[in-house]
Structure formats: structure tokens, C-alpha cells
Write a protein that binds this ligand. Structure first.
Ligand SMILES: Cc1ncc(C[n+]2csc(CCOP(=O)(O)OP(=O)(O)O)c2C)c(N)n1
Ligand SMILES: [Mg+2]
Length: 740
């Protein structure tokens, strides 16, 4: 933006006298603030025009919110602090250094749109060079990520060595920058405070004293729903004041000087390490919710006029004139310059090249590190793991359970990479560390003991319990990984993954694609899954992996034995994509599939199936806890009917090994797909469809599936047996296929 100088007739000395009432802002800063506010409003106006001319495809304005944004931009530091703004934060982004041209590139969906390359709507800000992190559209899903971002800054400040670059894994592509006194800004509307994730975020930030500034921009409406319907009592400030460690501000958000002062105090509180801050800014919304909304349908004229009288743009103009900072000529000059800049920005943006259709597949996954490549294929080196601090060392050749080897892999990777940290429900040994230090207790380390001993070895800042809040676990991990950490977090039971579904469907797997590779969040999410538990019942037995393999951008792994679990988990941790790592509870301590410790570098690449046993008559494709059941059935049918079954364990569900499937079906011409999830719309449906499509001429029998019934899993073991696929069901299907 240009640089109109303050009214030269007004001496600096006189202005200095008034500095106190400007909260320390110089007259030049006030002029610049007005320029940004005016530009923000005029870019909205230009977009509205372009939308009406059908030259852009969406518009949502920051009108009425300009003063908060410019106040925050003046108080915070661009490319130093971190920002999770929402769609009304146009003035904030301009204040931090984004340009009108960049915003209009977003509007037309240009290839060079720096926010997303034409993938995300305009006003969904993302500017990597300014630490403005890619935004989605679900209201409030940025808040937990902002908490994670702040946690990462604090972590690196405590452990600067963790920020070091390293070759050969995701760290090669994840540069870390941090400042010991950085803050993270996150904003949201008044309606969005009704979301559960908002409260989870306040709780986490408060409990951990994190330097997050929560900015609620209260325009009293969420589309047509007024604030008293959203918020009990109609004022969010009254509800949040019980959270400890916070600094609270409730301000007139239409005055940039007031906003600046509030953000200065908030930032000071955060930078000093006292905890988070909450800025509740009362603003207006003069342009309806968006271009698709007409607020005259639900707001009377009197109310709209009352708001208009508080419009921050004309108010700021009047302020500058009244204070003698600018005269009319000065105001006109600014406005002329801004109009000219927007005109030229719009002209250029309308000429900008659109993205190529072929580019749609770019950045679904990391372009730098392919976890299916041979770089992730390392042989096992069977030996005893390095002794834990307690000195216990298992015998080198002793077969270990899947639980043991997952624990050993986590330990090895935490030793190798200081960026790895673990959190979730009950994963720590003991949150009240003094109990362990005083040797009063041994510690828990997970409801299945998979993380046992890790807090004791690596400390409570690397392994810790969280509140019981699944969205927070995933959202915070996503924010941390954006900054370069490698959270390996746990969802205690697959049945309870659903509170995190917004984060898992709309956020985590999209960070890279949505931002056109400007951001990424390669976390590992370990989840205990599955049934066959005898009494696990409806809510401790669920599968549902196909819901996640349906999400582009998310790797899904499902090992059936100890060795694969170790090798695949290591690949998951070192890789550059987010991974859902499904661990079957029934297999944790099974005799089937035990293996000696394969060493600290054993890796299995993703998307490579394992031929559990070769065969010639029938192909069985499966994974997870069905593998041992299918093997049992295969051995029986070989014994009793001389049918030779080729048993394929997929191990990894996305990517999956189509090559191994095709080769086997071409050989046997008969195929059964078996999985533990309920039959219809399950993972096997996709495989069956592909076989039908691409291998039709190789089939001598219909493609068959064996899976659970289309019910949930019941408690009574008789019912559980009837519901889940058993070896006898697999045997029957194999026989039918062989005889077809
Ligand atoms: C989770 C979710 N539910 C619904 C919507 C649709 N929606 C978009 S904006 C909005 C209202 C938001 O109101 P508020 O938080 O007050 O912000 P404002 O737009 O008023 O600034 C709604 C319901 C959405 N984007 N995300
Ligand atoms: Mg609102």
C-alpha cells in the first residue's frame, strides 16, 4: 500500500501530546491503519461487483470487522507470530502484508493464488510467508490447531535441538522456525463459540498456559441466528471468565485504537508466559452474512441503522479529520491511491492463468517422500532392544507380541527423533509425576499398556495425558505437525474416534492439498480397533476402516502381526503424510504373529501386501484379525479337500497393493475378500469392484465377500460369534468358490 504522510500542517510535537490517547500509536500508524481498513472494504466491494459479473464465484466480506483486524495486525508481528484467522479477517491479512492482488487471485481461482492455487474459496486465508495457516470452511475447526501451533512453539523453545534438520525422513522437508515469545492468534465469530471444539481449545490452552490469543468477533449474528440464541445469556465474555490463566478483554471492536491497545495487553500477557488471552470484540456486519444472504429478511431497518452508525471505516475517517491528523485532501489522496491499486490488482487478477485440470492430483500426498518406495524397505536386524532405563532387556530371540513391538518402535523413534511426542487419553505413565519419582506407583502407559514406560524415559513434555476430548487430540496434533513436530497420538478406542471426525475428514488430510503444498501435517494417529473380544459389545468392537480409506490424503495401515506392526509404524512415523495406524486389540497379545525385536531401523513400505501362504486354487484377500482366521480355514481346506489357497494380507489399506491382488487372481481365477467390518459398503466393495472392472476375463467364479453382518457387534458371545466372520464362514466360502 502507498504511504500518504500525515497532515504536514499538524506538527509532530502537538501529535505527541495526543499519543497517550492514541495508545502509543503514531499518527503515521493511524493513517496506515485507515488505509488498510479502507482498502479492505473496497476489496470487498470490488469482489461483490466481480461476483455479480460472474467473474468470481464466491464472496464473503470482512465489512464491519476491519478495526479489530488492523488493531491486531499493529499489535502482533508478521512472520513471527502465527495466525489462524477466519473469513472476516481481510483487514488483518492486509495489515500483516497480504496484497489486494493476492486476494483477487484467490477470487478468480488462479493457478498463482498463493492461498490454495484455486482450490479453496476466497477469504479463506493462507499465506505461508506471513505464518497465516491454511483455512477451511467448517466454523471453528481452526481453533484446536491454533492451540497445537502454540504448543509447538513452546516445545521448540524448551528443546531447540529438536528443531534441527535431519535427512532421510519427513524432517528433511519440514523446516522449523520459532521464537521463544511468539503468540498464536486465532479468531472466530460469536456463533462459532457454540462449537464444542471452541471449549476444548479454551480448556487445553488454559490448562497448559499456552500463548494463544482467542479473538471472538461478535457481530451478534451467525447468518440469521442472533447471539442470544447461540450463547446462554447473550454474552460469551460472561461464560468464559472462569478459565484460569487467561487475560480477558471485552472491547468496542469498531475502534482500531481500542483494539490495538487490547491486543497489545493480550500479547504482553501471552509473551510473558502467563497463559492465553481472550479478546471479545463487538463489531458490526453491514453486508449481510455473505452474498447469498439478505439480512433484511430477519433484521429490521432500525437495527441495521443502529449498526451503520458504528461503521468502523467512516468512523476512522472522522477520527483522523477530527484529530487533525489528515485533512480532506489527505483522505482523498489515500482513497484515490487505494482505488487505483485495487483496479490494477483486479485487472491483473482477471488476466491470471487458471490452474491446469491435470494438477488436481498434486499434493494429495507429499511430493517429496513416497512411503511406498524402496527407501522404506529395510531388513530386520533381530537383536535385543536397547535396555530401558529400568535395565530390563528381553532375550534377543524371544518372540514378542504386537503390543511389545509397537512399544519398542515408539521408544526407538522417540530416541531417534526429538520431534516425536505422544499424547492422548491415559497414554502417560502417571500425570502426577511425583508419584513415580517417589516410587509410590509404577505408572500405567495406556489402557492397553502400549505406551508404558515412555513418559518415564522421555519426560512429561514428550509423553502426556490430555483431557478426554478426541477432537482436541487430533486438532492439536495437526497444529503441532504444521510447525514440524511429529505427534504420534492415540485414540483409545476406534469406537470413540467420531468426536474427532471433523478434524479427520475436513482438516488433517487436507492441509497439504488445500494449501497447494504450502502446509502439511504428517501426524500418526494410533487407534485400537476391532472385535473378537468376547464381551466387547457395540462400543468396544467397531471397525469402519473404509470410512477413512475414503478420505483422500490419509494413509491407512492395518497390520496383522507383530513384525509388520513394528515395520509399518516406523514407516508411518518417518513418512511425510498423515497416517491412521489401526491396531487390532485382539492381536495385541495373540500368540499368532509374534516375532523377535527387528531392530531400530526395520521398516515395511506402505502398499505392499504380504503373501501369508502361496496357493493355486483360490485367492483370499484380507487383513487385520481376519488373517489368522483365514489361515486356519485355508489350512483346514487344504487338509480336508486339497484346495490350495493363496492368502494375501494387505497390511496397508491406503495405498493398497493392487499388483499383488491382480497377480494372484490371474493365477487362481477365484477370489474371496474377507474383512471384519460389516459387509455392505465395506472395504471389500472397492476391491471387488476393481476386480470386476479390470480382471473380469480372468475370473472363473463370482467375486465373493465374507464379512460381519450388517449390524453392530453384540455383547453376548453367542451373538458376537454370529455377527463377526469366523473361520467356519471363511472355510465355507472358500469351498463354494473352489467348487464353482
Ligand atoms: C461447522 C459448520 N456449520 C455450519 C456452517 C455454515 N456457516 C457458515 S458461517 C456460519 C455462521 C457463523 O457465524 P459466526 O460464528 O457468528 O461468524 P460470522 O459469520 O457472524 O462472522 C454458518 C452457520 C459452517 N461453515 N460450519
Ligand atoms: Mg457472528
Amino acid at each position: 500500500m502507498g504511504t500518504t504522510k500525515v497532515n504536514p500542517k499538524q506538527g509532530e510535537r502537538e501529535l505527541k501530546k495526543k499519543a497517550a490517547s492514541y495508545q502509543g500509536l503514531t499518527s503515521q500508524q493511524l493513517v496506515d491503519a485507515y488505509r488498510i481498513m479502507f482498502a479492505s472494504r473496497r476489496i470487498d466491494d470490488r469482489e461483490i461487483l466481480l461476483k455479480r459479473q460472474q467473474k468470481i464465484f464466491f464472496q464473503i466480506s470482512g465489512a464491519g470487522h476491519e478495526a479489530v483486524g488492523v488493531g491486531a495486525a499493529l499489535a502482533l508481528k508478521s512472520h513471527y507470530d502465527w495466525f489462524y484467522p477466519y473469513y472476516r479477517d481481510r483487514a488483518l491479512c492486509l495489515g500483516l502484508g497480504a496484497t489486494a492482488y493476492e486476494m483477487l487471485l484467490q477470487g478468480v481461482g488462479a493457478a498463482d493464488d498463493p492461498s490454495s492455487g484455486g482450490r479453496q474459496m476466497p477469504s479463506h486465508w493462507s499465506f505461508a510467508r506471513l505464518n497465516i495457516v491454511t483455512q477451511s470452511s467448517p466454523t471453528g475447526s481452526q481453533i484446536l490447531q491454533a492451540v497445537g501451533c502454540a504448543e509447538a512453539g513452546r516445545y521448540f523453545a524448551r528443546r531447540p535441538s529438536a528443531a534441527a534438520k535431519a535427512d532421510g525422513d519427513y524432517r528433511q522437508f519440514k523446516d522449523v522456525e520459532f521464537h521463544g515469545d511468539e503468540v498464536t492468534y486465532v479468531s472466530l465469530g460469536d456463533g462459532t463459540t457454540s462449537e464444542g471444539e471452541f471449549w476444548e481449545a479454551l480448556n487445553a490452552a488454559s490448562g497448559r498456559r499456552l500463548p494463544v490469543i482467542f479473538c471472538v468477533q461478535d457481530n451478534e449474528y451467525a447468518i440469521s441466528v442472533p447471539v442470544e440464541v447461540q450463547t446462554a445469556g447473550g454474552n460469551i465474555s460472561r461464560l468464559v471468565t472462569g478459565f484460569p490463566n487467561f487475560h480477558f478483554e471485552e472491547i468496542d471492536g469498531t475502534d482500531p485504537v481500542v483494539a490495538y491497545a487490547a491486543f497489545r495487553r493480550a500479547a504482553e500477557h501471552c509473551r510473558s508466559g502467563n497463559g492465553p488471552a481472550f479478546v471479545h470484540a463487538h463489531v458490526i456486519r453491514p453486508y449481510s452474512h455473505s452474498l447469498s444472504d439478505d439480512e433484511r429478511l430477519y433484521r429490521p431497518e432500525t437495527e441495521r441503522q443502529r449498526d451503520a452508525a458504528r461503521d468502523p471505516v467512516p468512523r476512522m475517517q472522522m477520527f483522523l479529520l477530527r484529530e487533525g491528523i489528515l485533512d480532506e485532501k489527505g483522505i482523498n489522496q489515500i482513497e484515490t491511491e487505494v482505488e487505483a491499486e485495487i483496479q490494477s490488482a483486479a485487472d491483473r487478477a482477471l488476466e491470471a492463468a487458471p490452474p491446469q485440470p491435470e494438477s488436481i492430483y498434486n499434493f494429495v500426498y507429499s511430493p517429496d517422500l513416497d512411503p511406498a518406495s524402496s527407501a522404506f524397505e529395510t531388513p530386520p536386524a533381530f537383536a535385543a532392544p536397547e535396555a530401558a532405563p529400568d535395565g530390563k532387556r528381553p532375550a534377543a530371540s524371544a518372540p514378542k507380541t504386537m503390543a511389545d513391538l509397537i512399544n519398542a518402535t515408539l521408544r526407538d523413534e522417540m530416541r531417534r527423533d526429538e520431534r516425536v511426542l505422544i499424547f492422548g487419553e491415559d497414554v502417560a505413565d502417571c500425570s502426577r509425576e511425583e508419584y513415580v519419582k517417589q516410587k509410590l506407583v509404577k505408572g500405567k502407559g495406556g489402557v492397553f499398556k502400549l505406551t508404558a514406560g515412555l513418559q518415564n524415559e522421555f519426560g512429561a513434555d514428550r509423553v502426556f495425558n490430555t483431557p478426554l476430548a478426541e477432537a482436541a487430540i487430533v486438532g492439536r496434533a495437526t497444529g503441532m505437525a504444521t510447525r514440524g513436530l511429529k505427534p504420534v497420538v492415540e485414540i483409545q478406542f476406534f469406537d470413540y474416534i467420531w468426536p474427532a471426525m471433523m478434524q479427520l475428514r475436513d482438516e488433517l488430510p487436507l492441509m497439504r492439498w488445500r494449501s497447494n503444498n504450502a502446509f502439511s501435517s504428517p501426524i500418526v494417529l494410533r487407534v485400537a480397533i476391532g472385535g473378537y473380544l468376547t464381551g466387547g459389545a457395540i462400543y468396544h468392537s467397531q471397525c469402519g476402516e473404509s470410512i477413512f480409506t475414503h478420505i483422500p490424503g490419509l494413509r491407512v495401515v492395518f497390520p496383522s502381526n507383530a513384525l509388520d506392526a513394528a515395520g509399518l509404524l516406523r514407516t508411518a512415523i518417518r513418512c511425510d503424510d498423515p497416517v491412521l495406524f489401526l491396531e487390532h486389540k485382539r492381536l495385541y497379545r495373540e500368540t499368532f504373529g509374534r516375532a523377535p525385536y527387528p531392530g531400530p531401523n526395520y521398516m515395511v513400505p506402505f502398499g505392499k501386501a504380504k503373501i501369508v501362504q502361496p496357493g493355486t486354487d483360490v485367492t483370499v484377500i484380507t487383513y487385520g484379525a481376519v488373517v489368522p482366521r483365514a489361515l486356519q480355514a485355508a489350512q483346514k481346506i487344504e487338509r480336508e479337500h486339497r484346495v490350495s489357497v493363496e492368502l494375501i494380507d494387505l497390511r496397508c489399506l491406503n495405498p493398497f497393493d493392487w499388483g499383488a491382488i491382480a497377480a494372484s487372481v490371474k493365477k487362481t481365477n477365484r477370489v474371496l475378500i474377507a474383512y471384519e467390518d460389516s459387509l455392505s459398503w465395506g472395504y471389500g466393495a472397492e476391491i471387488a469392484a476393481r476386480i470386476a472392472d479390470q480382471l473380469f476375463h480372468h475370473l472363473d467364479a463370482p467375486v465373493k465377500r465374507v464379512a460381519a453382518t450388517d449390524t453392530f457387534v453384540a455383547y453376548q458371545p453367542i451373538l458376537e460369534n454370529a455377527i463377526l466372520p469366523q473361520a467356519a464362514d471363511l472355510f465355507r466360502a472358500m469351498k463354494e468358490l473352489a467348487e464353482f
